[in-house]
Design a protein around this ligand. Sequence first.
Ligand SMILES: NC(=O)c1ccc[n+]([C@@H]2O[C@H](COP(=O)([O-])OP(=O)(O)OC[C@H]3O[C@@H](n4cnc5c(N)ncnc54)[C@H](O)[C@@H]3O)[C@@H](O)[C@H]2O)c1
Length: 264
Amino acid sequence: MQRLEHKIALVTGAARGIGAAIAERFQQEGAHVIVTDVDAVAGQALADRIGAVFARLDVSSEDDWARIEAQFPQIDVLVNNAGITGFEGPFDGAPPAHDPEHATLADWRAVHAVNNDGTFLGCRYGIRAMRTKGQGSIINISSRSGIVGIPMAVAYAASKAAVRNHTKSVALYCAGQGLRIRCNSIHPAGIMTPMWEPMLGDGPDRAEKEAAMVADTPMRRFGEASEVAAVAAMLASDEAAYMTGAELSIDGGILAGSAATPGQ
Ligand SMILES: NC(=O)c1ccc[n+]([C@@H]2O[C@H](COP(=O)([O-])OP(=O)(O)OC[C@H]3O[C@@H](n4cnc5c(N)ncnc54)[C@H](O)[C@@H]3O)[C@@H](O)[C@H]2O)c1
């Protein structure tokens, strides 16, 4: 028995990385998947490969969401996954400063437009598109950075904290309305996806950089996108019927200890 049979699931930022892994897993679990992304070429290719449909969606655009609402007025599962750090580039010179003393308002707003406005607009659509059936599952991809401070990526950290809290407001709102629309957040850390490429580079020191980045992770490795997808599949399924407003970390144990590394 597939866990998501007969469910329609829309995933944002699904052309690659965690979103792509979630889309693929949902499809394997029997869902009808709508892959969405700003990258139409990679998004369409992924959709063709896994047997899903593709629709272009910039999550920060209210007009794009209105088009999605007209095209897909009813869904069962929504994953608000699209997110940026602000370090994607390419840049003319060095990457921009994202510390609290030097970050520009424009750079701050650009990150919030995708991570925060995108999640707000997504949840608003999700509630409307699940209201007819009165049930469904909204999954917001936050981050470990939404729980602890990240001094060199303040817009990212603040936006992910907002995603964490908005999840709980949505969960309470839906429960208060007598709807069985659940809303939960997933908090990954150190998942090997193209998001890390600008930080790892392709130089001879790549392996060294990778090892340094997971040195403080209790499990001493990066996570796989498929491991996040497994958690999303559980939250999307009816097995999680009593879970709402919850936050699930998938971080190799980082947040389990205040100093991260056990035994030190
Ligand atoms: N990889 C990690 O270690 C990690 C850790 C914590 C949280 N996350 C979160 O997981 C989510 C996915 O991350 P990833 O590592 O797969 O990133 P990624 O950069 O590999 O993929 C992000 C996808 O989002 C798309 N995207 C960017 N802006 C968009 C927009 N405005 N509208 C629609 N799509 C857009 C990109 O085209 C891309 O396909 C993000 O929200 C990220 O913050 C990732």
